[in-house]
Design a protein around this ligand. Structure first.
Ligand code: MG
Length: 367
């Protein structure tokens, strides 16, 4: 089986809530997502998706996905899409860095591996652990009482895990954490994700002010050394995200005992193959994970479901159903949230069928 064509569609994904705001005044109202197709000489087509969280979250942007695909795709024509290690080796030789560009191709090739073997991706990634995957809801940055009201609404829909977007004014963030934690049950989990938005002294003030609150602190500062300093001065469970973008950083952070939970995003690491490598290492090292991506719609959500469902339950902190945040459905049979949980498809591959009428014209076509 050989790759004969790699193509991509651009899809706009407007947000149900209208806008999504996080640290430093950053926001997105319509996500720009790229649906990647890998077509083989047997007629099988696999699909993947890459959707950066705007151009100012990670070193990634939507047009960069398409530009990178045009650069890398000619090097992959004729390769067997089922030989995923070889394919990733080829991608890394053809384009240095830019892991997010490679993520959609890798995801599509896992879809092909599943379709060609008749197995769901989660089975190929290690096996299906447990009945379902617990989800968290990200709460866009607003006034404390508005965020508390949003949490109450999503809690009524079945969520028990919440990630507050903080990283703004520290005094307001302290209020946000108190307002939301005060209305949750003891069994609910709350994460305050600053998305690099606090300076070190601001982060130190926040963790002191919420010392007696049951809250996880995620990626308080921009650099790893700042985060480590905060980590060493608080006993809150600690999550690293933006700084852990490679195996090297994961091992460094483990060595420094710099986190209790790590956030693994598929496109941040460069696809399902590389995320599986990091995931398996975390399981061996005893580190729990938030398993997700930067953003996306139905196809990204399907990939997250397979990644998470093939991870031992005790190491799954949370995952996200991004397709429920947006107004457009790009594929049939994508995971749907039921009472705060989702499940990976039992069909072959990712188990989704793109809605061709939604995908629109091709913006990349290499054969
Ligand atoms: Mg995060």
């Amino acid at each position: 089986m050989r790759i004969k064509r790699i193509f991509a569609h651009r899809v706009e994904l407007p947000l149900v809530e209208g806008t999504y705001k996080w640290s430093g005044g950053k926001s997105v109202s319509v996500f720009d997502s790229t649906i990647v197709g890998v077509e083989t000489d047997t007629g099988l087509i696999g699909y993947g998706e890459v959707c950066p969280l705007g151009p100012f979250y990670l070193p990634a942007y939507a047009e960069g996905v398409r530009s990178g695909l045009r650069e890398i795709a000619p090097h992959l024509i004729g390769y067997d899409p089922r030989e995923l290690a070889k394919l990733n080796h080829r991608m890394d030789a053809a384009l240095k860095g830019h892991p997010y560009v490679k993520s959609g191709i890798d995801m599509a090739c896992w879809d092909i591996l599943g379709l060609s073997t008749g197995l769901p991706v989660c089975v190929l990634m290690g096996g299906r652990f447990g009945e379902n995957v617990r989800l968290y809801r990200a709460i866009s940055q607003e006034a404390p009482e508005q965020m508390a009201a949003k949490v109450a609404g999503y809690r009524a829909q079945g969520y028990t895990r919440f990630q507050l977007k903080v990283g703004g004014d520290p005094d307001l963030d302290i209020e946000r954490i108190h307002a939301v934690r005060g209305m949750l049950l003891a069994s609910d989990r709350l994460v305050a994700d600053a998305n690099t938005g606090w300076t070190q002294h601001e982060a130190m003030r926040v963790v002191r002010a919420v010392r007696d609150v049951d809250v996880y602190i995620e990626q308080p500062c921009l650099t790893y050394s700042e985060c480590l300093a905060v980590r060493r001065n608080t006993d809150h469970p600690f999550v690293l995200d933006e700084n852990v973008d490679s195996l090297e950083m994961l091992l460094q952070a483990k060595s420094d005992l710099a986190m209790d939970v790590v956030n693994l995003k598929i496109s941040k690491l460069g696809g399902l193959t590389k995320t599986k490598q990091a995931r398996d290492l975390c399981v061996s090292m005893g580190i729990a994970m938030t398993l997700e991506d930067s953003w996306g719609g139905d196809i990204t959500t399907a990939a997250i479901a397979h990644l998470a469902h093939s991870t031992p339950e005790e190491y799954r902190f949370t995952s996200t159903d991004f397709n429920s945040y947006v107004t457009v459905s790009t594929a049939q049979n994508a995971p749907q949230r039921i009472n705060g949980f989702m499940t990976a498809s039992t069909e072959a591959g990712l188990g989704i069928t793109p809605r061709q009428e939604i995908l629109g014209p091709m913006v990349v076509d290499v054969s």
